[in-house]
Write a protein that binds this ligand. Structure first.
Ligand code: NAD
Length: 260
């Protein structure tokens, strides 16, 4: 039997990352989870995912602000599973504030986690993919890789950076059977979105319900949140053989937001 391929997903202890881990596990990939959170809860998630899918599931707690820990994440994944075939750069945080009040430490953290960590994982994973003659890099960007919204300077800058990184890497590895793409969802109902509702209400001086209807879904013609499961299925398709000619693509999954 051929050896199972392995998918490493950063920020997969919750939300979209966990959804993509589930979909990739169901597609037959061994999984390396990563992210922050309560150790017991993460262990329960790891065990459940392994039991539900029948694949081998590991966890590495690398902090995406620390290049040395990110290098160890990639090395440990190869040592444990034999390869890093699919790399999903998903870890991300958000902060909402006007530019003149934007805290410098929040700017630095968002750029480190949402942008620079993808450079570090790709930098270490590409040599392994080149050796294997196959690879898939999927960057979880955002509609904010294509358009801006006020009060999200660091996030929008980081996600536009991810789009540029995606295209550049795709060109560099194109002849090695490695693809690199960015998925760009609009609002997905996850803790990241839920946690910014109160801040957005405060900054804009409106109610939390108004934030959902008039801010979050205002630009989304379908008027519905994207689901974690939909993103998981999309990632699994990009990781499949059928997607070998999709590369360097900045792929909206935004209910028509960026069509306007
Ligand atoms: P989430 O808060 O549920 O998950 C974020 C994950 O990143 C968690 O596993 C968390 O532990 C991990 N993480 C955060 N800081 C980390 C660090 N320093 N080191 C390691 N891991 C860290 O958020 P989510 O909504 O699932 O977001 C996932 C990705 O999707 C992010 O890149 C986000 O920008 C992007 N995105 C989200 C939405 C949305 O509406 N939720 C829309 C578009 C794009």
């Amino acid at each position: 039997m051929p050896q199972r391929k392995t998918a490493l997903i950063t920020g997969s202890t919750s939300g979209i990352g966990l959804g993509m881990a589930r979909a990739l596990a169901n597609a037959g990939f061994n999984i390396m989870l990563n992210g922050l959170g309560d150790a017991d809860e993460i262990e329960r998630t790891r065990k459940t995912l392994a039991a539900d899918s029948g694949v081998d599931v590991g966890f590495h707690g690398a902090d995406m602000t620390r290049p040395g820990e990110i290098a160890d994440l990639v090395t440990t994944t190869r040592e444990r599973f034999g390869s890093v075939d699919v790399l999903v750069n998903n870890a991300g945080i958000q902060h909402v504030a006007a530019i003149e009040e934007f805290p410098v430490d929040k700017w630095d953290n968002i750029i480190a986690i949402n942008l620079s960590s993808s450079f570090h994982t790709i930098h270490h994973a590409v040599p392994l993919m080149k050796d294997a003659g196959w690879g898939r890099i999927i960057n979880l960007a955002s509609a904010h890789a294509l358009v801006a919204s006020p009060y999200k300077s660091a996030y929008v800058a980081a996600k536009h950076g991810v789009a540029g990184l995606t295209k550049t890497v795709a060109l560099e590895v194109a002849e090695h059977n490695i693809t690199c793409n960015a998925i760009c969802p609009a609002y997905v109902w996850t803790p990241l979105v839920e946690n910014q509702i109160a801040d957005t209400a405060r900054v804009r001086g409106i109610s939390e319900d108004e934030v959902k209807r008039d801010v979050l879904l205002a630009a989304q013609p379908t008027k519905s949140f994207v689901t974690v499961e939909e993103i998981g299925e999309f990632a699994a398709f990009l990781a499949s053989g059928a997607a070998r000619n999709i590369t360097g693509a900045i792929l909206p999954m935004d209910g028509g937001w960026t069509a306007k």
